[in-house]
Structure formats: C-alpha cells, structure tokens
Write a protein that binds this ligand. Structure first.
Ligand SMILES: NC(=O)c1ccc[n+]([C@@H]2O[C@H](COP(=O)([O-])OP(=O)(O)OC[C@H]3O[C@@H](n4cnc5c(N)ncnc54)[C@H](O)[C@@H]3O)[C@@H](O)[C@H]2O)c1
Length: 467
C-alpha cells in the first residue's frame, strides 16, 4: 500500500472518510444510509430536486421498503445529508455512483454514469476512491470509467483508486439484502480492491468476492441471465402444457419432486429494472465480440412474448363475449413481483397498454403502488372489479391470495367472466366454483371448454414464441 492508500485506509477505519453517493434512488439511498449508519458522514447527491426535498424532510419514495424510513430519520442531519448542490461533493474521499443505466436501442445508455464520472473527477480528493455500483455492460469499467479517470491526469492504484461493485439487491428487501448478500468487488489493482473491501465490510455481513472488473461485470449479468433463462424454461413448459391440454402446476409439482429438478413458476411476464436489461447487456456485448449467445437471446424473447400472449387471450375472450368487441378488464397488481412495491418494467404496463390500444376499458388496482400505466386507478379492489368482463391477476400479492372469490364474482360483470391467474396463486377448482371461467398461465382447459377449443389451434403454434 502506498501513502495515499494508507491514509485512506486510516480514514475508513476511523470513519473519518467523507463519502458522497451520486444518485439517491432504489440503490444509492439505502447504500448511503447504511454507510451513514456505520458512522461515516455521507452526502447523498441527486439531480432531482423533488427527491432531495423529500429526503431533507425525512420522507422517501420507497415508503414500503422495510426499515428504510427509520434509517433515514435516524441518520438525517447527523451522518446523512441529502443535497442537490454539487459543490458539497468537493473534497470527497470516497464517491459511490448509483445512477441509472437503462437500455437504449441495442446498447446501454451510460450517459448518466458519464456525467457522474465527470463530477467525481473534479470532486474526489487526490488519493480518493471512486466506486461504480450502477450496472455496466462488460468492458465499460475499463474502457470508459477508468479511461476517463486516467485522462483526467490520475494514476490508478497510485493517486486514485477505483472499483466496480455492482448492486444485486432486490427492491422490497433492499437493506436486508445489501447487508446479507455476498458482494462482488471488481478492481484492477490491489489498493483499490483492498480499500473497497474495507469500506463494504463496514456494513456487509455476507462474503466479499474480490476479482477483476471484467469478471465482476460479467458475473453481475450472468446472475440475472441465469434467472431469466430458468424462468423462460418454466414459461416454455407452460406453453407446452397449454398446447397439450394439461395443468402446468401439476406437472411442476411432480417434476420438482426429482432431486435434480427445480422448475420455477411460469408467469404472465418478467419485469424489474435489472432482469429485463442485464441479459441483453451480456447478449449485445458478446455478439460484438464474436459470439452470439442464442440461449440468452431466446429466453428474453420467450419471456417477452408471454405478456403479448395473455393480452391476446383476454382480448379474444372479451371480443367473443361483447357484440361491439370492447369490454371492461380489471388488472389486479402492477408490480413486477408480488409484495414488492416496484412497477418498473412490469409486464402489467405492457398488458394494460395493449388492452387499452384494442379499445377495452381497463381498470387497475394495486395495494402497494399507485402506478396504473395510463388506465384509471382504483383505491379499492371492489371498485376496480365492478362490472368486469375479465379479471387478470398480474402480480402475486398476498392480498390476492386471500381475496374472497365469491365476493369478486358478485361484483364483476355478467356471465361469462374470465379470471386469468397470471401468477398461479389461485386454485382452479375454487375459481370455477365461484362462477368464473378459469384460465391460468399453463392451464387453459376450462377456457377451451367454453370457447370450443378455438384457442387450441393458436396455442399449438409454439414457433410463434421463438420466431
Ligand atoms: N433497483 C434495483 O433493484 C437495482 C438492483 C441492482 C442494480 N441496480 C442498478 O443500480 C443503478 C441505479 O438504479 P436505481 O434503481 O437505484 O435507479 P433509480 O432510478 O431508482 O435512482 C437513480 C437516481 O439517480 C439520479 N440521477 C440520475 N443521474 C444523475 C446524475 N448525473 N447525478 C446525480 N443523480 C442522478 C436520479 O434522479 C435518481 O434519483 C442502475 O444501474 C441499476 O441497473 C438496480
């Protein structure tokens, strides 16, 4: 370790290091608060004045994130200081970047990371540590982040330290996951690796895996690609079951008794800000380097096709019932995951848009978020369901598992009313005995009975999902 790194090491151990976190969203805010809670003085910087104002008043947009508000109130003004004033970052010993990196036309939009790097170059103290937590495509840390730092006249591993420490925590349980999950540190030199590890050790209880930046970039993307591919497999089995006329739940129940099989639950679509883009980052960069990862690409298209399929199915059902082809559809749940207050990239958004585009009246209810993707939002489930020709369960919230189906049927429209279980949370026999036409992802048996199998032909065309 050189003099700079020894100095920073001392400042981390004594909690005197001044830390700034750029971006106070789902990731940046909890990370800033965990560091503040470990005893550091932390500046939480965000471009969005609304976010800064709310944080300054002790409020967060992630109201349902367990323990977050309490942590904010505990540290606000003592160890945690939200700001929109970039001059307050000057002289930082450590800067953590947690700004969005959305996908954009076949590549990653790194413009916000680049802005944050430019700010960091002027704000970091000589001998300081810059950490990127934003998701990066492979080679971006070396090719963009480190290159920019070097171009600013810094010598990596000597008078500046830098690492890529991707975030993999899940909204809904962010604090717990940030503390307990294992963490990846990608660093190009020993000083950066050691300082980063020391910093995260202040609150991380899981293992800390140190590796080079490229391996870290790929590992982060492989984790989500693995999940996406496994979900796609479950979705494909669901489509096979629909085509052949069996219930995928029963198939899954049986196959999962095998010690080497763990088939996931199929569903109406895959969402979330990371799961929908990480496999694509890996796919695109790999293609640029000469290998086209077919399985990852195919998994993405299978998962994306699911929402379209069930939008078609609901549309067809309503059109066959209504003389003018337009009806009322109630969508229950808009978040991409059950009991998680995050609707980003949620399949419900696509579903709602598609149904509105086809002329249906769509009504939305979600107990956790007020997002409704352009449809009217109802505060009460009963009001959203009123007069519905079809009800779609798009998120597996606990509330929907316990709902009285009899009550729902009484409120919904005239017979027949379709209840499409997009998350496999209800028992088909109970749904049917309540008076609904039941359908779920991977089980269209009852629907066929009333449509005379008209949908069968369509579902047999398995190629439509992979073309
Ligand atoms: N949310 C997750 O579940 C999750 C999980 C793992 C990784 N990630 C990754 O973490 C990164 C951040 O995601 P997020 O979910 O926290 O995003 P977010 O949208 O919740 O928050 C990002 C914040 O950054 C602010 N911002 C944007 N540009 C800025 C700039 N130049 N200077 C200051 N502030 C700026 C925005 O105003 C916003 O408040 C992304 O790369 C994402 O892929 C997110």
């Amino acid at each position: 370790m050189n003099a700079y790194s020894l100095q920073l090491k001392e400042r981390i151990l004594s909690r005197d290091a001044r830390i700034s976190v750029i971006g106070q969203g789902y990731i940046g805010l909890p990370v800033a608060l965990l560091l503040a809670n470990s005893g550091f003085k932390v500046i939480g910087y965000d471009l969005n004045p609304g976010i800064v104002e709310e944080l300054s008043k002790g409020r967060t947009r992630m109201e349902r994130e367990r323990g977050l508000r309490e942590l904010l109130l505990k540290n606000l003004g003592s160890n945690y200081f939200p700001t929109g004033d970039r001059s307050e970052l000057m002289g930082s010993d450590i800067i953590i970047i947690a700004v969005p990196t959305p996908r954009k036309n076949g590549s990653a939009d790194l413009s916000m990371v680049l802005q944050a790097i430019d700010l960091s170059k002027s704000a970091i103290s000589r001998g300081g540590l810059v950490i990127v937590e934003s998701t990066l495509p492979p080679k971006a840390f070396e090719g963009i982040v480190l290159r920019k730092i070097r171009e600013a006249g810094f010598r990596l591993g000597e008078d500046i330290f830098a690492s890529y420490c991707p975030e993999r925590a899940m909204p809904g349980n962010l604090l717990e996951e940030l503390i307990r999950n294992y963490r990846i540190i990608g660093a190009a030199d020993n000083g950066s690796a050691e300082l980063s590890k020391m910093l995260y050790s202040s609150f991380v209880e899981g293992d800390i895996e140190v590796t080079d930046p490229l391996t870290a970039e790929i590992a982060k993307l492989v984790e989500n690609s693995y999940r996406d591919v496994n979900i796609a497999f479950a979705n494909e089995v669901a489509r096979i079951c629909e085509a052949l006329g069996v219930d995928v739940r029963r198939v899954r129940e049986i196959v999962n008794k095998h010690p080497w099989v763990n088939m996931l639950v199929p569903g109406i679509g895959v969402g979330g800000s990371c799961l929908t883009k990480d496999p694509l980052f890996l796919y695109w960069i790999s293609r640029e380097h000469g290998y086209s990862p077919e399985l990852i690409g195919l998994a993405r298209s299978i998962n994306e096709s699911m929402t379209q399929r069930y939008a078609d199915l609901v549309d067809e059902f309503v059109r066959s019932k209504r003389p003018d082809g337009k009806g009322r559809v109630c969508v229950l749940g808009v978040t991409y995951k059950g009991d998680v207050p995050d609707a980003r990239e949620s399949p419900a958004g696509y579903l709602i848009g598609e149904l509105i585009r086809r002329g249906h009246e769509v009504r939305v209810y979600d107990p956790l978020v007020r997002e409704s993707f352009g449809a009217p939002f109802f505060d009460k489930l009963e009001e959203a369901v009123e007069g519905a020709d079809a009800i779609v369960i798009a998120s597996d919230h606990s509330e929907f598992r316990k709902v009285s189906l009899k009550m729902l049927r009484d409120i919904a429209g005239e017979d027949p009313v379709l209840l499409l279980d997009g998350r496999l949370i209800l028992e088909s026999s109970e749904v049917e005995s309540s008076g609904f036409v039941y359908a779920s992802v991977g089980n269209l048996l009852s629907l066929w009975k009333i449509t005379g199998g008209a949908l069968l032909e369509k579902s047999l065309i398995l190629n439509e999902i992979i073309s």
